[in-house]
Design a protein around this ligand. Structure first.
Ligand code: FES
Length: 117
């Protein structure tokens, strides 16, 4: 039932093998599509407060790929370029320096996960 509703309103989810294995404080970037062709979406998966999260891995400040973590205290990811911090739960930038990061709906399924990008 859930999959049918999601397909109607959020498109078809992408399966990410092993994403459910991330431990608290870990993050991992997964690329969907072709980076060289400019069609890629890079998504950072992480676990904060026991919940698997997914956010766009490209910093909205200057388009830098944010690293694979680790997750900073308070559930933030820190961009390696200018050290802006983004809340993994909401995508909000901690200060007022730039736009927020896009957050994606994600659902754990055992060791794997489904993400709607
Ligand atoms: S490019 Fe990420 S903080 Fe500037």
């Amino acid at each position: 039932m859930f999959k049918k509703i999601a397909a109607l309103f959020g498109g078809k989810p992408a399966l990410v093998k092993g994403a459910g294995k991330l431990k608290e404080g870990q993050a991992k970037v997964v690329t969907f599509g072709d980076v060289l062709a400019g069609t890629a979406t890079q998504v950072m998966f992480s676990r904060v407060d026991g919940v698997l999260r997914a956010m766009n891995a490209i910093c909205p400040h200057e388009g830098i790929l944010m690293n694979d973590g680790p997750v900073a205290p308070g559930g933030h990811i820190v961009c390696p370029m200018h050290l802006y911090e983004f809340d993994i739960k909401t995508g909000r930038e901690k200060g007022t320096h730039c736009k927020n990061v896009k957050i994606y709906k994600v659902r754990e399924d055992g060791n794997d996960a489904e993400v709607w990008i």
